[in-house]
Design a protein around this ligand. Structure first.
Ligand SMILES: [Zn+2]
Length: 277
């Protein structure tokens, strides 16, 4: 019996991502502040469709937006770990990374009664230490790597990449990777960002993006009997009216075509049975 799982995931960054990039003037901060309002809209939509999702929520957001963070838990959704301060892991020493990880896990434990089972790194870039730290702190899965599309896999540690030498593969660990892709992330499709160095144009028509996201699901149905497709969204991005409208179209079409909506923890547990059987 084929089973095609969809994980709707929301990175609830609030102002943390912009502060970590040094964008602390009023307008960029207000831009992401919009996400706190839009989180209510998104939660309402999930409730209407009776779908449980995964919200990767920085400790910063839990402390700065306690009511909005509690509403996610009250909706029955999973809270995943997304660092405390949204600083990319590779910019931290091992000790700094661990301290940030523990600090955010304390917030999550206070909010939900238990530490996080799942992790997603800020800006999707792990350090050389992240896999070790996640195992040490009892995580079931990571969702920051791009080595597959529909089939979760075991994270490796100790890979060696050196210029002019063949790649050396490290050992697979018990940490499960729930793979992601920039193509299935709302941010690069929609957000216009101008910095002194670069311009990310974004602002694509929402229906076009959702059609592509649906096509990815349709291909998964053709390619594998069992698989997981993960979409990544941010309340301040997807929460704009015309994008919500398109997301509603996508989710209703996926449901009609047989998608099984699970939290990422539920999907990872199912994957674990397959990977470690
Ligand atoms: Zn983020």
């Amino acid at each position: 019996m084929p089973r095609h799982i969809v994980c709707l995931t929301f990175d609830f960054d609030s102002q943390a991502g912009f502060i970590a990039r040094g964008m602390t003037t009023p307008t960029p901060l207000s831009r992401v502040e919009f996400g706190a309002m839009a989180s209510g809209r998104t939660l309402g939509f999930l409730k209407e469709r009776d779908i449980k999702a995964t919200w990767f929520t920085p400790g910063f957001t839990i402390e700065s937006w306690p009511r909005q963070s509690a509403a996610v838990v009250e909706g029955g959704h999973e809270i995943g770990h997304h660092s405390w301060a949204h600083i990319p892991n590779a910019h931290q020493t091992r000790d700094e990374e661990e301290a940030d990880l523990v600090r955010a896990n304390d917030n999550i434990k206070k909010l939900t009664g238990r530490t996080a089972r799942g992790y997603r790194s800020p800006s999707w870039d792990l350090s050389a230490h992240t896999v070790d730290l996640l195992i040490k702190h009892g995580f079931l899965y990571d969702s920051s790597l791009m080595g597959a599309d529909y089939i979760p896999y075991r994270c490796r540690r100790g890979d060696v990449a050196e210029l002019g030498k063949p790649f050396r593969f490290g050992e697979p660990t018990e940490l499960i990777e729930m793979p992601i892709s920039w193509s299935l992330d709302d941010h690069p499709h929609f957000e216009f960002i101008r910095t002194p160095q670069t311009v990310t144009p974004g602002l694509r028509p929402a229906r076009d993006v959702m059609q592509s996201w649906y096509d990815e699901f349709a291909y998964m149905q053709k390619a594998v009997d069992w698989g997981v497709l993960t979409y990544t969204m941010h309340p301040y991005v997807i929460g704009r009216g015309y994008r919500m409208h398109a997301l509603e179209w996508l989710v209703d079409k996926l449901a009609k075509e047989g998608a099984v909506f699970l939290t990422m923890e539920q999907a990872a547990l199912e994957a674990k049975l397959k990977l470690f059987a």
